[in-house]
Design a protein around this ligand. Structure first.
Ligand SMILES: Nc1ncnc2c1ncn2[C@@H]1O[C@H](COP(=O)(O)OP(=O)(O)OP(=O)(O)O)[C@@H](O)[C@H]1O
Length: 264
């Protein structure tokens, strides 16, 4: 018997005025999966992440988290890392990671005191060690390399212990060598923290290296006279024969290709 989905999208549409960006997206995501989303520029990949995050509501359809309708705001169960600018420049690495905990535990003042502050600091330090920033805790983002800033952004997202981590081209601005290090890190964190990951990427190789499932978003129908008339949906959905726990991430994967039903 297969597990119940952690996240379920049913007939989800995203429209801006008369412009249809996403149409009829039906998607069940199993816990522990690593879903890579690819597709042409403007296909609506970031829009899809935004509705899953709760930053925007779909114009039609239903999104369920653990079988319950998604709350209309970003919850602690979903963390996010963007390509750039996720971290606060005026806070040290430690301050950035602690800030998330302080906002969660003291939403009005964003300050913790005494034992609560010490506990938050211990957790933040452990998180920075986990992402490989043990020696840079007191540095400011401007003093960190691009790869280190992304490590910090990941620590900041994970400190609230989300069950789903959303990644919007998180490694897109990094050099290839640093990217490879980040791949190792994200697979380690995915396994250690039992995460479900949904990652948008333009790099097809990255999509297959990291993902247990690769989803391609694109338009099924085009109207050359009205390009906004049709939206994108999942046109390919490839489940890779990998375990959720990546014991051997570099092993070649066997593909199970399922082209989603035309005009279903
Ligand atoms: N707030 C908005 N108002 C109007 N149109 C929008 C809005 N946000 C996004 N769009 C449009 O929705 C479409 C999809 O944008 P989105 O950023 O989701 O695509 P994407 O696949 O992530 O693109 P890229 O790969 O280039 O980042 C684009 O045509 C964009 O202009």
């Amino acid at each position: 018997m297969s597990a119940a989905p952690i996240l379920s999208l049913q007939n989800v549409w995203v429209e801006y005025g008369d412009k249809i960006v996403l149409e009829k997206v039906d998607l069940d995501i199993l816990p522990g999966s690593f879903v890579s989303i690819v597709g042409p520029s403007g296909a609506g990949k970031s829009s899809l992440l935004r509705v899953i995050l709760g930053q925007e509501r779909p114009t039609r359809g239903v999104i369920e988290l653990d079988g319950q309708p998604l709350a209309p705001e970003c919850g602690p169960d979903r963390g996010v890392v963007f390509q750039r600018y996720s971290v606060f420049p005026h806070l040290s690495a430690l301050g950035n990671v602690m800030f998330g905990l302080e906002c969660e535990q003291a939403p009005f003042s964003a300050r913790l005191f005494g034992g609560a502050r010490k506990a938050a600091r211990d957790r933040a330090e452990a998180m920075l060690v986990a992402v490989g920033l043990a020696d840079s805790m007191h540095q400011y983002p401007a003093q960190l390399s691009g790869g280190m800033q992304q490590r910090l952004a990941i620590a900041q997202a994970l400190i609230k212990r989300p069950r789903i981590l959303l990644l919007d081209e998180p490694f897109g601005a990094l050099d290839p060598g640093i990217r490879a290090d980040m791949h190792v890190l994200i697979q380690q964190l995915w396994s250690d923290y039992a995460l479900t990951i949904i990652m948008v990427t333009h790099d097809i190789r990255e999509a297959f290296t990291l993902g247990t499932r690769v989803l391609a978003l694109d338009k099924r129908r085009h109207d050359p006279h009205a390009p906004h008339r049709f939206g994108a949906t999942a046109v390919y959905d490839l489940t890779l024969n990998k375990k959720s726990n990546p014991e051997a991430p570099e092993k070649p994967a066997v593909l199970e290709i399922a082209k989603t039903q035309e005009n279903a």
